[in-house]
Design a binder for this molecule. Structure first.
Ligand code: ADP
Length: 248
């Protein structure tokens, strides 16, 4: 955000560098149950972002001093692979990945029925294989599907999408150039059944009206993404039924 470029991010016809209009999101692709060895998993592509999420648990929480006697804790680890960006990323956790892990776990706590599993831990791993801006939203979207795939009781699943501002225009779902050289980025996650906002961050500057527009655009995209999440889970369920029937 706020880097300088001479590049025109949105032309006079309102067309962006990747050919999208201002209110168009990148293509969504979601697959549930992609890993055999995790309790639940999902693979998500949002434009050029490629993300894997794996869920283990609920299982006994270690170390024991982290246990909560009234509910399960959600432990989330967001990690960007060294090859996920064009310059090799230094491996291991950094401030950004610690922050994204924290906000992801906090968003998920709004929907997972953690009170059903006192003293347990639900562990969520998000691996960014390829990054092109919006990875925290794609990661949270993948984690929700992976939790549902693991059969963990939830009030709803969470879709997440960002909106922002570049070249003085409010844009949906910023790509890397718009994120780097734009004026604002607002990632949002919602509980679609209630339209409750469970993640809202803002980097950069916008007017109040622009922010309202960005939130409404991102929420609209979240509802579309929600349908794709549900379709992925339905396909996964249908595949499981076929597998059980062939085993019998
Ligand atoms: P998000 O991926 O949720 O939009 P940021 O706004 O922090 O989060 O990052 C925007 C984009 O910048 C990332 O998707 C990625 O493409 C790139 N990026 C982030 N961290 C690094 C890094 N350490 N090295 C290279 N590129 C990075």
């Amino acid at each position: 955000m706020s880097g300088h470029t001479d590049m025109i991010l949105v032309d006079e016809n309102g067309i962006r560098i990747d050919g999208r209009t201002v209110d168009q999101h990148r293509p969504f692709k979601i697959e549930a149950g992609v890993l055999n060895n995790a309790d639940g998993s999902a693979y998500v592509e949002i434009g050029k972002n490629k993300i894997l999420a794996a869920v283990y648990g609920p299982r006994e929480c270690h170390p024991k001093h982290m246990q909560n006697p009234t509910k399960a804790i959600i432990q989330c680890k967001y990690n960007m692979q060294t090859f996920s960006v064009s310059d090799r990323k230094k491996p291991g956790p950094d401030r950004r990945s610690i922050e994204i892990s924290k906000i992801t776990a906090e968003a998920l706590e709004n929907v997972v029925l953690t009170e059903l599993y006192p003293r347990a831990s639900i562990d969520v791993y998000i691996e960014v294989l390829q990054a092109n801006a919006g990875t925290r939203c794609a990661g949270l979207t993948a984690a929700s599907v992976a939790l549902a795939d693991a059969g963990i009781p939830m009030r709803d699943i969470i879709p997440a999408c960002a909106a922002g501002k570049a070249d003085n225009k409010v844009l949906l779902d910023l790509n890397k150039e718009e994120d780097n050289f734009g004026q604002a980025d607002v990632p949002i996650a919602i509980v679609p059944s209630t339209d409750e906002i469970v993640l809202l961050q803002m980097d950069g500057n916008m007017t109040r009206d622009e922010l309202d527009k960005a939130i409404s655009m991102a929420m609209g995209a979240c509802h579309e993404l929600y349908d794709v999440q549900k379709d992925a889970l339905k396909r996964r369920y249908a595949k499981r039924v076929v597998e059980v029937e062939t085993d019998e």
